[in-house]
Structures are given as C-alpha cells and as structure tokens.
Design a binder for this molecule. Sequence first.
Ligand SMILES: *[C@@H]1O[C@H](CO)[C@@H](O)[C@H](O)[C@H]1NC(C)=O
Ligand SMILES: *[C@@H]1O[C@H](CO)[C@@H](O)[C@H](O)[C@H]1NC(C)=O
Ligand SMILES: *[C@@H]1O[C@H](CO)[C@@H](O)[C@H](O)[C@H]1NC(C)=O
Ligand SMILES: *[C@@H]1O[C@H](CO)[C@@H](O)[C@H](O)[C@H]1NC(C)=O
Ligand SMILES: *[C@@H]1O[C@H](CO)[C@@H](O)[C@H](O)[C@H]1NC(C)=O
Ligand SMILES: *[C@@H]1O[C@H](CO)[C@@H](O)[C@H](O)[C@H]1NC(C)=O
Ligand SMILES: *[C@@H]1O[C@H](CO)[C@@H](O)[C@H](O)[C@H]1NC(C)=O
Ligand SMILES: *[C@@H]1O[C@H](CO)[C@@H](O)[C@H](O)[C@H]1NC(C)=O
Ligand SMILES: *[C@@H]1O[C@H](CO)[C@@H](O)[C@H](O)[C@H]1NC(C)=O
Length: 435
Amino acid sequence: MKRLSHIGTAAVVCLCTMPIVVQGLNNGVAKFPALGYNTWNAYQCNIDQDLLITTAQLMKSLGLQAAGYEYVNIDDCWAMKNRSATGELVADTTRFSRGMKNLTSQIHDLGFKAGIYGDSGWFTCAGYPGSFDHEEQDAQTLFEDWGFDYLKYDNCAIPFDDIIRQGIVGKHQRMSSALQNLEETVKPIVFSLCQWGWSQVWLWGATLGHSWRTTGDIGPNWPSLASIINFNSFITQATGYYGRNDLDMLQLGNGGLTFEEAKSHFTAWALMKSPLLIGTNLSAITPDIVEILTNREILAINQDSVEPSSISPFRWGINPDWTSNDSFPAQYWSGPSQNGTVFMLLNTLDEPADMFFNLTESPWIRAGREYSVRDLWSHTDNGTAIRNLTVSAMPPHGVVALLLKDAGNEPDGIYPQCAVWSQCTAENGTLVGGN
Ligand SMILES: *[C@@H]1O[C@H](CO)[C@@H](O)[C@H](O)[C@H]1NC(C)=O
Ligand SMILES: *[C@@H]1O[C@H](CO)[C@@H](O)[C@H](O)[C@H]1NC(C)=O
Ligand SMILES: *[C@@H]1O[C@H](CO)[C@@H](O)[C@H](O)[C@H]1NC(C)=O
Ligand SMILES: *[C@@H]1O[C@H](CO)[C@@H](O)[C@H](O)[C@H]1NC(C)=O
Ligand SMILES: *[C@@H]1O[C@H](CO)[C@@H](O)[C@H](O)[C@H]1NC(C)=O
Ligand SMILES: *[C@@H]1O[C@H](CO)[C@@H](O)[C@H](O)[C@H]1NC(C)=O
Ligand SMILES: *[C@@H]1O[C@H](CO)[C@@H](O)[C@H](O)[C@H]1NC(C)=O
Ligand SMILES: *[C@@H]1O[C@H](CO)[C@@H](O)[C@H](O)[C@H]1NC(C)=O
Ligand SMILES: *[C@@H]1O[C@H](CO)[C@@H](O)[C@H](O)[C@H]1NC(C)=O
C-alpha cells in the first residue's frame, strides 16, 4: 500500500479500469536533484576509504554540506575482480580494508548519505564485476548489508542478445525491480541510470530510476560542455520531480575551464535541474570554485520545492531556433521558478558580446507588466525591466542568471502598444501596436 500514496490522483483513477501501473522508483527519495560528490573525475581508480572520509570531512569544512551537498559517492574500481565463493561482491581488501559497512557508517556519522557504483552488464567499465544475473544478491549486499543509499548503474559489457533477451529497458528493469524489493524492508534507494548513448533514455528512464545520463562522459573543456548543453536543450521537458536528465558530473576546478566557463557550467547544470555531483579534488580546490559551488540562489532553483521544470531555450541566438550545433548551443533560456521567471544567457562566442531579449520572448512573462531584476551571480537587485533587457559586454563563454519578479503594470504610454504585436487588436477590430 505504501507505494500507492505516491501514485497521485490520476493513477488511482486508472486503477478502476487498468492493471496497476508500475510506478518505477517514485518512492519518496530523490524528489529533487542529488547534490553531492563523485570520485571519478578527480581520481578515476585511485580511490580508497581514507580518500572518501577525507572528502566527506572537506565537504563539511568547506561549507559544501551546509550549502546542501548530501551524497558522497564512490565510482568504479572499489571491488575485487572476483566475487566470493558464494557469489557476493567483495570490496577491495586493501583499499577498503575496514569494510564497506564501516565506511558507510562513518559517512553517515558525518551527516552524509553514501553512494556506490555498479554496472548492468558482466563487468563495470573498468573491468570489475557487473551485476547482470546478480541483481537481487548485489542489491542486498550493497544496500542491506553495507548500508549504501544511492546506486549509479553503468552500461558496459552487456551480455549477448541470446543470453539477456531484453532491450535496454528490460536490462535496467532487472535492477530497478531488485531495488523496489528493498523499498519496504530496507529503505528506498536513489537509482541513477547511466544508459549513455542514443537510447532515448529520457523517454523511459522515469519509470525505472531517478536520473538518466543523456550523453557520453563530460570532459573538463568548453567543447564538451557546449555539446552537452546543446544535446540537452532539445529534451528539457523530460525533467521533473523524481526523474531528470543527468548532464554528468561537475568538472569545475579540474583545469581546462576558465572561471567564466566554470560559472556557465554550474549555472546550466543547476538550472536544467541536473544532479550536481562535484568531481573536483577537494584537497586542491580554490576558494573561487567553492564560491561557485555554494551559490545559494542558484542552488535554490536547482532544488525548487514548488517548480520542478528545467529552463528551456526561448531563442537559440547566433543560429536559427531549433538548430543542433555542438559548438554553439542555444543562448537564451528561461523557465518558471517558485519566485519568478529565471533567465540564463549564455555567450557561446569566443569573444565578448552584448545580449538582448524582449521579455515576452519567454513564455513565462506577462505582457503589459514590469519586472524587478535579481542578478543571481552578483547577488544584487538590478532595478526594473520594461519590455526588454540588455546585458553588455558578456565575457566569452560567460553566463548571466537573472530572476525576474512581477512588479506590477508597466507605465502608460510605452510604444509600441503591444509587446507581442501579432494579432494584437482593439475591440473595434483595428490591429494596434505594430512596429
Ligand atoms: C578469479 O576467477 C577466475 C575465474 O574463476 C580465476 O581464473 C582467477 O584465478 C581468479 N582470480 C583470483 C585473484 O582469485
Ligand atoms: C571503523 O573501523 C575503525 C578501525 O577498525 C574503527 O576504529 C571504527 O570505530 C569503525 N567505525 C565505524 C563507524 O564502524
Ligand atoms: C589532490 O590535491 C592534493 C593537494 O594539492 C594533492 O596532494 C593530490 O596529489 C591531488 N590528488 C590528485 C589525484 O590529483
Ligand atoms: C524563494 O524565495 C524564498 C524567500 O527568499 C527562498 O527561501 C526560496 O529558496 C526561494 N526559492 C527559489 C526556488 O529560489
Ligand atoms: C555551428 O554554428 C557556427 C556558428 O554559426 C557555424 O559556423 C557552424 O557551421 C555550425 N556548425 C554546424 C555543424 O552547423
Ligand atoms: C523586440 O521588440 C521590438 C519592439 O516590439 C521588435 O522590433 C523586435 O523585433 C523584437 N526583437 C526580438 C528579438 O524579438
Ligand atoms: C547587476 O548589478 C551589479 C552591481 O552593480 C553588477 O555587478 C552586475 O553586472 C549587474 N548585472 C547585470 C546583468 O547587468
Ligand atoms: C526596450 O524597451 C524600451 C521600453 O522600456 C523601448 O523604449 C526600447 O525601444 C526597447 N528597445 C528595443 C531595442 O526594442
Ligand atoms: C479603434 O480603437 C482604437 C483603440 O481604442 C482607436 O485608436 C481607433 O481610433 C479606433 N478606430 C476606429 C475606426 O474607431
């Protein structure tokens, strides 16, 4: 019965006429994007228990925990290459010599939740045991015995068709079902699907997990960020509470990005409601990167408690609307939020640029109203916008994030009469407000 409470009215109506719809993992965890840490980008396979504890301690002392970062996640290479005689996963006996239960207890004692990595095939991407045909057993080991809270589930070494006899969805359903079996007896687990590649995971991922990778691995460079932003600009509607496009881990502070690019990276990921998993060596992190990662006004929108939508482009910019261009993605974005309409302007050019838009180009803006402007990076109130807004001299690959709040009717006598002039008509039938 517990799961029924999460289905909502629409599905309850369906119960009268249809079989019970599988509700995937809409199970009370991961309503909002996960905020946390992942070991892969900074360390790859060079991980051990002490690194994880040091990282968790640094997340506290750097103020990341206080800003909302909650998960400390281990990526690939934590296991022994062979399972035990009874088929169980075994943690690396040298690098995790105190055992995983000890590690998750310590992470929990520090006030965090703990995440682990697995794979839907024979082997993980680095060649450690995958969970294919061990789903129930591994779910029990990882979450019941060892106490982990979150699973990133990768996509390497998939069995032949005549063994698995499943499509992509069926392949992931196996672990999703194993996790659902633990939901009542152990706890609900956050399930992060890593089905990269052209599999349209945004169409079906929400029935099985809480987030789904939409692209290949991110790199610490602007071309990688631009191509991920471009790809995801076309599928923003797939993101909502309990399920979202995952733009991959954060590469801030890993070299390869300018300060402006790091701000753009964080802004785009946060406002597109991606999970935000830090992938930086925290022992070497600089205060300016910590300041980006702890921008509370941006984080509040990522974690918006009343409005789950991603921002979406309202104009592409230098290329025609709806153009796919890996190097020059959409530049003008907006979306609804708890406190107003949020805008992201992205200067995708390699040189400074002025950016201009009419407010009503965004569907969330009302014609005939004026808006107060809050700059979410300078943390200042920047006056009032009427009809349009210009940002001058944006740096190359720079970003501006603004929150526009309705501030009442615009003054009388603004010309043209109609901000959206098409078909704008007086009661006597005269077209008005054209320009
Ligand atoms: C792991 O298992 C394989 C196959 O059973 C075996 O050949 C190999 O010796 C084992 N390796 C270790 C380190 O036990
Ligand atoms: C973890 O193991 C260490 C060393 O054996 C021990 O001192 C510590 O109490 C253990 N911590 C937890 C939370 O189990
Ligand atoms: C992380 O940063 C510390 C401090 O600068 C450094 O000693 C260590 O080698 C770095 N680790 C990696 C994997 O880069
Ligand atoms: C909206 O404003 C309130 C009050 O300042 C703040 O607590 C909340 O985090 C804001 N929500 C978003 C999504 O920015
Ligand atoms: C991407 O946009 C740039 C700038 O408009 C253009 O020069 C380039 O040809 C475009 N690339 C593709 C693949 O359309
Ligand atoms: C902005 O509005 C003005 C005045 O209505 C109009 O001339 C202009 O074409 C609009 N620009 C865009 C990009 O919509
Ligand atoms: C808003 O005002 C602040 C303080 O003057 C300034 O630093 C910032 O660039 C302004 N933002 C925009 C988008 O113009
Ligand atoms: C921007 O709006 C103002 C009214 O606030 C108007 O006077 C001005 O012409 C508009 N600029 C453009 C470029 O449309
Ligand atoms: C129609 O109404 C508009 C706006 O009130 C007014 O400016 C215009 O003169 C009217 N036209 C006629 C033919 O009455």
